[in-house]
Design a protein around this ligand. Structure first.
Ligand SMILES: Nc1ncnc2c1ncn2[C@@H]1O[C@H](COP(=O)(O)OP(=O)(O)OP(=O)(O)O)[C@@H](O)[C@H]1O
Ligand SMILES: [Mg+2]
Length: 225
């Protein structure tokens, strides 16, 4: 599903990524680890076309998104859900409206919008908070809302950049279990994290970056070997 070949990304005079070659199959669950500045967020930004590689190809399905015209970016983004450390919820509207926001722009019938939003809320276990505003929720609950928003359109790919970076260990585990359940339905999940305990607990594929290069890629791995 995802194939990177000879990918380099340079910001001014720093190489954030160098010679990245990587395949991620459909339905895989991947942890992306590495110290601060290793290039995790940059790699993810290439996948959701927030950044363009300096050279190399980034294939999502059969589309090289490194060469995708800007006006086609919204199309490819619709095939992926993106989750951030700081949730990025709209503060002045309800949980329900935050989740419905994007699919409302797709011209879907309101009945279908409702079914999808309620379905997504159920997946993250937050049906009872649909009328709350984001600032009435805990951090863990806000992250659940952002995950519901990411999956509401049924994307084949979910990208989460340090989704538990602001959460305590118990809440982090709950959030990661939700991501695992989503993956079990066949959605490809890529998660960057610094959380050693989480990586060691789940024993998934672990890809480690160091100074912009892949230094390790193991199945059923731990944070360190
Ligand atoms: N917009 C930018 N302009 C210039 N340099 C950047 C930019 N974004 C990232 N970098 C640099 O690229 C390198 C990789 O950054 P990146 O954010 O991908 O690291 P990271 O692994 O996500 O780190 P962290 O764990 O702290 O989130 C760093 O040296 C960073 O300073
Ligand atoms: Mg980062």
């Amino acid at each position: 599903m995802i194939q990177l070949r000879n990918v380099y990304k340079r910001y001014k005079d720093t190489y954030a990524l160098q010679n990245i070659n990587l395949d991620i199959l459909s339905s895989e669950f991947v942890f992306l680890t590495g110290s601060s500045g290793a290039g995790k967020s940059t790699l993810m930004k290439l996948l959701y076309r927030e950044e363009i590689p300096t050279s190399g190809t980034v294939m999502i399905g059969n589309i090289n998104i490194a060469k995708l015209p800007n006006d086609r970016v919204p199309n490819i983004r619709r095939c992926m859900g993106i989750v951030f450390q700081d949730y990025k919820l709209l503060p002045n509207i309800s949980v329900y409206d935050n989740i419905a926001f994007v699919i409302r722009t797709l011209g879907m019938r309101s009945k279908e919008i409702q079914e999808r939003v309620l379905g997504a809320l159920k997946v993250v276990g937050l049906s009872n908070k649909m009328n709350a505003k984001p600032n009435e929720l805990s951090g863990g609950e806000q992250q659940r809302v952002s995950i519901a928003r990411a999956i509401v359109n049924g994307p084949p790919l979910l990208i989460a950049d340090e989704p538990t970076g602001n959460l305590d260990p118990k809440t982090s585990l709950e959030i990661m279990q939700i991501l695992e359940q989503i993956n079990e339905k066949g959605i490809t999940v890529i998660v960057s994290t610094h959380d050693r305990d989480i990586v060691d607990y789940f024993r998934k594929r672990v890809i480690t970056l160091e100074q912009g290069q892949i230094i390790r890629d193991v199945q059923a791995g731990r944070y360190e070997q």
